[in-house]
Design a binder for this molecule. Structure first.
Ligand code: AMP
Length: 614
């Protein structure tokens, strides 16, 4: 997660209160002199340290449930920078207004937090080890799930700390602390037998003191009556600086004899490779038939990498041996259950038997009375899909020619995005939509890279595997561009989804990744309106003249301003000036990362009624 204050010259990162006061002294102690530092207590929080009448004042800035920042009891602001700007004009309860930033002396960089400095490596190693991914699959997983993975690691990192002794008794804790030297501040943290709570055991004056660690309903940890923290390792780091009610501050780790190495040592990363399964064991809820699982509050949710359709079934070299375009009919079992229908025929549920496993599939069955051209079209769609392999695109398993022509695809049981959002309007948060649209942008970036144009990107053609996992489907109109071509020119107009088409498609029949970007903007609009139809009751030709007049659809209610700005960029009239998917993915990724972990329990447990994103 990018640090929202990283760019500020008066931001010092993770420094202690005493150090902050030292910097303020050096800078002259004038009234309103201030600096910002990382808060050791709350994930993503800050402290504003300032001077007034030669006295120091320290104000905690908390990151709130809805992603805004506020000094306790004060007004909410979009970010730490906006907050400082506000208090430079209005003291609003502070000792005085902020007058002069105490900038970092030359050569002083913001101090990385215990966790920050190794975050990227940890995320990479965690994803690699947990889901056994390599190459592109690994990169895609990191890009799309970094916020979720960071949260998982942040809340389990204490289990890799040398001071964490796991589930040992009070007597055993005392035995460990009394063995060897007993300096004041020698400590360990242990899990208590009683319903998974924790305790801190600390030596002072050759005596061991035990403190219960409370875990409140919102998931925060604290010593009774003490300061609350998001994670156990933050609590320990804080208590190393300040006793906060303990008889002494934490000073020396009593190392767990069963856990060699420090978190900060190179051995830590190596040890991630041999993670004991309990560390990252996550409780996953069962998936309902429609791919929708009520979200488990405070528990981890299913990530795309946890599903069977994240990687191709042919990523297993054994299965790859059998990969052919045409599948054997006797390996395919077809259910009567119909998943959907189109003018070509219907889509049925089925199971495909592979060498080592059976997989759920969706089978597009051509109506038996269809003429040759329809058959040819389906084969063209199959040829396109055959060349694609990406976690955010519905993969084709193969085609089967039997009682009728059948296109066998991966199953995305959550159905089309527009219908899903329309039916779950009250449960799906804005950040959930941003997450899904980011995945669509990743799939489209892949298509752009491979020089394919989709030509029918719309919410109805984004299928869900589950609430947090989307795939692009329906390649019926798609084209592979020639190596030197940047667009495809259709000779004649067909039955086209005009409301999703860019002006150059309608006027000149020219289709490129840039025209797919236009459709992506319309798809975003559909998603943020929870599945409404674009351009209301207008007919295709009316939409064209609406666009020609420079008009665009309005910002959907509750749609963040950043996301509407992106939609508008996608609807840039001239394709030469329109962003490509590399840019689109980048913009939505930054926004997604900036909001993803801003809630107490991650975006999945957000209380929708409280969401007040701009
Ligand atoms: P299509 O003609 O490809 O848009 O498919 C028609 C409908 O069939 C879609 O709207 C979905 O409800 C369903 N469908 C198509 N492909 C799949 C799939 N891979 N997994 C699950 N359902 C699908």
């Amino acid at each position: 997660m990018p640090d929202a204050a990283a760019h500020l010259p008066f931001y010092y990162g993770s420094i202690a209160r005493a150090e902050a006061e030292e910097y303020l002294k050096l800078a002259g102690m004038s009234d309103g002199l201030f600096l910002l530092r990382q808060c050791l207590r709350s994930l993503g929080g800050y402290v504003l340290s300032m001077v007034c009448n030669l006295q120091f004042y320290h104000y905690a800035i908390e990151r709130q449930m809805n992603g805004t920042y506020a000094i306790v009891g004060g007004k909410a602001h979009l970010g730490p920078e906006e907050l400082c700007e506000f208090y430079s004009k209005d003291a609003d309860g502070l000792c005085c207004t902020l007058r002069k930033p105490c900038n970092r002396p030359t050569g002083v960089e913001p101090q990385p937090g215990v966790f920050d400095s190794m975050r990227d490596n940890m995320v990479r190693e965690y994803v690699r080890q947990t889901w056994k991914l390599e190459g592109d699959a690994l990169e895609q997983a990191i890009i799309s799930q970094a916020p979720q993975v960071e949260k998982l690691i942040a809340t389990t990192a204490h289990e890799r700390m040398p001071w964490y002794h796991g589930s040992i008794t009070r007597d055993e804790a005392e035995r460990r602390l009394y063995s060897g030297a007993q300096p004041d501040g020698k400590f360990l943290l242990r899990e208590r037998k009683e319903n998974g709570t924790y305790a801190l055991s600390l030596v002072y004056g050759k005596t061991v003191y035990h403190y219960r660690i409370d875990h409140d309903k919102s998931g925060k940890y604290s010593i009774p009556e003490g300061t609350k923290f998001d994670t156990l390792w933050q609590l320990v780091e804080y208590l190393k600086l300040k006793p906060d009610g303990l008889i002494f501050y934490l000073r020396e780790t009593c190392p767990n004899p069963n856990m060699p190495g420090e978190l900060t040592s190179p051995t830590f990363l190596a040890s991630l490779c041999t993670l004991s399964p309990f560390i990252f064991q996550r409780q996953l809820g069962p998936l309902n038939a429609d791919g929708y699982t009520p979200e488990p509050v405070g528990k981890s949710r299913l990530l795309p990498m946890d599903t069977s359709v994240y990687e191709s079934p042919y990523s297993d070299p054994e299965e790859l041996k059998d990969k052919k375009l045409f599948l054997k009919r006797d390996h395919l079992m077809m259910d009567e259950v119909e998943l959907g229908a189109g003018n070509f025929g219907c889509v049925k549920k089925g199971v495909y038997k592979m060498r080592k496993k059976q997989i759920d599939v969706a089978i597009k069955v051509l109506k038996s009375n269809n003429e040759k051209t329809v058959k040819d079209e389906m084969m063209k769609e199959a040829q396109i899909m055959h060349q694609l392999d990406n976690p955010y695109i519905v993969r084709m398993i193969g085609v089967c020619e039997a009682e009728s022509l059948m296109l066998v695809m991966e199953m995305a049981s959550g159905g089309p995005l527009n219908k899903f959002l329309a039916s779950k309007r009250d449960e799906i948060t804005v950040s959930n939509i941003v997450e899904l649209m980011h995945q669509v942008s990743m799939g489209m970036k892949y298509l752009e890279e491979k020089n394919f144009v989709h030509r029918d990107l719309a919410a109805r053609n984004v299928l869900l595997v589950n609430q947090h996992y989307a795939k692009i489907s329906d390649f019926g109109l798609s084209k592979a561009l020639g190596a030197d071509d940047s667009y495809y020119k259709a000779r004649t107009a067909g039955k086209w989804p005009l409301k999703w088409y860019a002006p150059e498609c309608v006027l000149y029949h020219k289709f490129s990744s840039k025209s797919d970007v236009w459709s992506y903007g319309v798809t975003m609009w559909e998603a943020f309106t929870y599945g409404q139809k674009p351009y209301k009751k207008m007919k295709g030709p009316e939409v064209i003249s609406f666009i020609e007049q420079g008009k665009r659809m309005e910002c959907p209610t509750d749609c963040p301003a950043e996301m509407y700005t992106l939609m508008q960029q996608c609807w840039t009239y001239r394709w030469e000036e329109r962003p490509g998917f590399i840019t689109v993915e980048n913009i939505i990724r930054s926004y997604y990362y900036s909001i993803a972990n801003k809630t107490e329990n991650g975006p999945e447990t957000e209380d929708k009624s409280k969401e007040t994103l701009p």
